[in-house]
Design a protein around this ligand. Sequence first.
Ligand code: GLY
Length: 331
Amino acid sequence: MPVSLATWKHGFQPNRISYEALLAGSPALDAVEAGAKYCEADITCMSVGRGGLPDATGILTLDASIMDHEGNCGSVAFVQRYEHVISIARRVMEKTPHVMLAGTGAEAFAEREGFPQTELLTEKAKAYYSEWLKQPDRLQVRLRRASEGEHEYVFVHVDENGKETEAHEQNGRISRLAEASHDTIGVLAMDSAGHLAGACTTSGLAFKLHGRVGDSPIIGAGLYVDGKVAAAVATGDGELMMRACSAFHVVEMVRQGVEPGEALERALKRIRQDHHLTPDKQCGLMVIRADGVWAARSLRPGFQLAAASSQLQDKNVLHDVTKRGITVTTI
Ligand code: GLY
């Protein structure tokens, strides 16, 4: 019965943690939190938690949300000094009458609740930022999706006419700036009691404008759970999912009887109609229906997720989501 899914390759170990917790009898809410926390503390993941890339002012800000099978939800946005924002979001859900706290208010709440303050910016992230800062008007970050494999951040030079050239083609010095960056972790789980839960945590888009908040802490955009229907999570360019309320859209279609995979296709179709969509933008969606059936789809090739369930012989498996469907890769 237990099922656990986590977005991207960096979700592999978090998903193992989540699934092992489920097998040990943990509630889905504890499992998704444990998986998300692992990623928040993993400094090799440069788009979640400590180790993430900062905004355009050099400050790292974190967003997160969590939701259980009873419709309880909590979220935090624009948090600068606390590593485990997913746990702060859970505390907002469990100990306040509110759904979302942001900025200094969220941090004051975290302090009152006894969360330890942490320096989030690593030396590696600072080095990336310094390189980016050297040419702020000419060097911009883009997300590139290769036809195969993972997506990554790349740096581009933009000339006076707006023509973009990948930075490493011109300048080897910065080519490694872009290595191994991904986007967000979303973890969905169904426990032995059949309860669903979801967690979503991110440092958001690298070198974003100071103050920018993405989809991950927005209930209904980055994450939505209805324990009787489905749990859905989104990853990718947050503005797309915020405009489309993608996670909510998926769950509502499942409620109306649409099959999980088809619900994801229809949510992506809505995103494709967004006139802001450009070829570099990606969106990955995952859903678990209340009977345990799950699906994942993405706008473009390159989205990966980790999955574990009894149908997969309790193995944690990394899937490549492509236009042709899902390819299973056993790790
Ligand atoms: N999906 C994460 C973000 O856009 O912030």
